[in-house]
Every structure is written in structure tokens, then in C-alpha cells.
Design a protein around this ligand. Structure first.
Ligand code: SAH
Length: 215
């Protein structure tokens, strides 16, 4: 499978529909336009890639809906800029990681399912995203070796905000995390000093759960 004029046209339509739903900055829309979402999906689903919908990626997991990817990227990039270090929890097939790399961020990403971590690595290498570091492990632990991060983006529904991740956030940095069990509230947490954090809420979403341990 390759990127084609047909896919680019469908991608342009998707970007148009996203911008009609929310006034995303051009930089976010451009990043989503640059990443060929169909190349992260298995054959047979690639024709659905440019609908604004989550889709299965195996291991009972899903690639996030493009609107959700755009919104999480937007909330993160209100604070995090080019060349800064971010940690993503829930690599899945690697699509959101690619969008963050396309925004010029240095991406570290953790996935708890071995099969998906390998799939993401394969997808990202194939598309020449060499600056993304994929790690197979439990996102509740973060990556203390590479901390602090200017941004932390969680792409699975967390039962609560993990303490260990808060400690790996740089002062002046932001975490974007969907929180809740049945449905999730999108939360931003800004670390404003060594000990102070400011939380805000950004609407309801639906994510696969953040689970402990690895598979
Ligand atoms: N970022 C992906 C979203 C994948 S869905 C995208 O671009 O589409 C969320 C992913 O989070 C799933 O692959 C799931 O296995 C993973 N996940 C759940 N709990 C986790 C944890 N504790 N650590 C790391 N990954 C986790």
C-alpha cells in the first residue's frame, strides 16, 4: 500500500470536516494532513481510514478517532513546542505518535501489548519516523530514565491521574489525560511549580481502558 492522490483527496476532506467541528490551528490540521492514516491500518480497513471514526487495530484495541487525535494534540501543543520532549502512553499502531512527530516533537511512547508495540515500530520505520522511541512496558510507570517531559499524552482511559506520571512532568509542562471508568473527561494538568498542579476539563470522550502490567 502506498499514499496516492485518492488518499490525499480523502484526507483533505477529513481535514475540512475536522475544521468545521472545531477551530483547530492550521499547524494541527497540517500535521494530520501529512500523516497517511490508512498506512497504519490493516488491508480491508484502509478504505475507512479517512472517516472520523475509531477503527480496530487488533488485540481488542482501536486507533483513536481523528477528531480526538486533533484535540489531544491541540491541547498538548498549546504548551509544548518544536523539539521538546513528550511522552505518550498507549502507542497502539503508532498513528498519534506520528502526528506528534509531525508537529516537530521528540516522542517517547509506551505500549503494554507486545504485539501492538511491534506493529507500531514496523509502521513508524516504514514511514521514516526515526525520531520516535517506542517502548514496550507499563505506562503507569512512565519512563523515569528520560524524564522530565514537557508534555505527557495519555491515549487510554485512566481510572485516575497516575502519581508517577505527574512527577515526570517538567515544571511549566502539561499532561493531557482522559480520566474515568465508563466514559472519560479530557483533563489537562499543568505543572506550575515543583508542588503545584492546575487541572482543567475539556469535555467527554470514550477511550479503551488504561490497564496495569504488560501482555
Ligand atoms: N495512540 C493510539 C491509541 C491506541 S488505543 C492511536 O494512535 O490510535 C490505546 C492503547 O493504550 C492501546 O493500544 C492499549 O493497549 C494501550 N494501553 C492501555 N493501558 C496501557 C498502559 N498501562 N501502558 C501502555 N499502554 C497502555
Amino acid at each position: 500500500m502506498v499514499d496516492s492522490l485518492l488518499h490525499q483527496g480523502k484526507r483533505r476532506q477529513l481535514i475540512k470536516s475536522l475544521s468545521s467541528k472545531y477551530p483547530f490551528p492550521d499547524s494541527i490540521l497540517e500535521a494530520l494532513y501529512r500523516v497517511p492514516r490508512h498506512l497504519f491500518l490493516e488491508k480491508g480497513l484502509d478504505n475507512l481510514a479517512y472517516l472520523d471514526k475509531p477503527l480496530p487495530i487488533g488485540c481488542k484495541q482501536t486507533i483513536s478517532q481523528p477528531f480526538t487525535v486533533a484535540m489531544q494534540t491541540h491541547l498538548l501543543c498549546e504548551v509544548v513546542g518544536k523539539f521538546q520532549k513528550v511522552l505518550e502512553i498507549g502507542t497502539g499502531c503508532g498513528y498519534q505518535s506520528a502526528v506528534l512527530a509531525q508537529m516537530g516533537l521528540r516522542v517517547y511512547t509506551i505500549e503494554r501489548q507486545k504485539e501492538l508495540s511491534m506493529l507500531a515500530q514496523k509502521n513508524l520505520t516504514k514511514l521514516d519516523y526515526h525520531t520516535i522511541l517506542t517502548h514496550y512496558g507499563d505506562g503507569f510507570e512512565g519512563m523515569p530514565k528520560f524524564a522530565p517531559f514537557k508534555g505527557i499524552l495519555v491515549t487510554c482511559g485512566a481510572p485516575e491521574i497516575p502519581e508517577k506520571l505527574l512527577l515526570q512532568l517538567e515544571v511549566g509542562g502539561r499532561m493531557v489525560i482522559p480520566c474515568g471508568v465508563d466514559s472519560q473527561t479530557m483533563i489537562t494538568v499543568d505543572r506550575i511549580s515543583e508542588k503545584e498542579y492546575v487541572k482543567s476539563e475539556h469535555g467527554q470522550y470514550s477511550f479503551v481502558p488504561m490497564l496495569k502490567g504488560v501482555e
